[in-house]
Write a protein that binds this ligand. Sequence first.
Ligand code: FCA
Length: 345
Amino acid sequence: MRFAPNSVFALLAVGLALLAGCSKQPTAGNATATPAVPSAPGKIKLGFLVKQAEEPWFQFEWKGAEKAAAKHGFEVIKLGVPDGEKAIAAIDSLAAMGAKGFVICTPDVRLGPAIVNQAKRNGLKVITVDDQFIGPDGKFMTDVVYLGMSATKIGESVGAALHTEMKRRAWPVAETGVCVVTFEELDTARQRTDGAIAALTAAGFPVKQIFKTPQKTTDIPGSFDAANVLLTRRPEVKHWLVCALNDTGVLGAVRATEGRGFGAADVIGIGINGTDCIDELRKPKPTGFYGSMLVSAPGEGFRTAEMLHDWVKNDTVPPLDTRTTGIFITRENFAQVLKQEGIIE
Ligand code: FCA
C-alpha cells in the first residue's frame, strides 16, 4: 500500500495524539495539544516536550512558546512525555515530522544521555528547561543548553517569607513546626527545599522543629500523603509553616493540614511557580496556602523556544546556562502581578 504524503502526516498526527493521550493523568484544556494537520511547508518546526502536561506550569510554558512561534513564524509541536519511553519515541516522531530541534523538561533527569543521543541520531538540536540533565557520572550535563530557575535563591526567599509571616502573626516558636515536603531525587527540587531550610535556620528558627517528609510523586496526592505521615508523627505542633518544591507540593500539604483541623490562621504555606495556585488564591476565604514565588512560565517557554529557533535558523548558539528569578505573590497582589506577567487576563 502506498500513502500520499498527507496521509502519512495524518497517521503520524494520530500516533502523536495517542502518544500524548497516554499521560498518566488526564489533562486539562489543550494540555496534550498536537498539530491536527501538518503546517504550511517551509515553516521551521520545533518540539516542546514536557514531563507533566497536566500541570499549569507546563501549559503556561507552552503558551509562551506559542507566542514566540507567532512572533518569529515557526511552528511548535507540543507533547506530554510522562516517562522515558514516551520521551524517546517523541524524539523519533518529531524527526519524522521534519522538526529541527526541541525544548524538553524531561520526566527523569538521568535520561539526559539517552535523550542527547537520540537527538543527535536524528539531527535535532536540544535545549533543556527546568530540570537539568544528569550525566553517567552523576554530574549536571553542563554542555547541554539549559534554562531554569535559580532554585537555591528562590527556596531561600520562600524560607525568609515564611519566617517573616510567622513573626508578623506572633506565633510562639516553640509551638511551631516546618513541614518540608521533599523530592530530593530531583536536584532543582532539593535545592529549593534546602534553600528554604537554610533561610529559616539563618533567621534563627530551631533546626529540630524543621521536618522533611518525602513525596513519592510530584502531584497533590503525593504531597498530601507525605504531609499526612508527618502530621501523624507530630501531634504536638500547633502552627505549621509549609514549603515544597512547587505550588502543587504545598497545596497537597495544606489539604492535609485541613484534614487535621488546621485552618488558615494556623498554617502558612508558600509555594513556588505561581501558576498552579491561581484558583487557590482566588478562593473567597483564605486558606493555609499563603503565597507563592512566581517564576515566569510563559517567559521561560518564550525564551527557550526563541533561542532554539535562532539556533536552528541562524546558527546562533544559545548561552549554556540561563537562570530566572521569582516574585512573591499573595492574595493581596497576585491578580495584579499575574496580569502584568501575562498569565491571567
Ligand atoms: C520542575 C517542577 C515544576 C516547575 C519547574 C520549574 O520541573 O516539577 O513544577 O517548578 O521545575
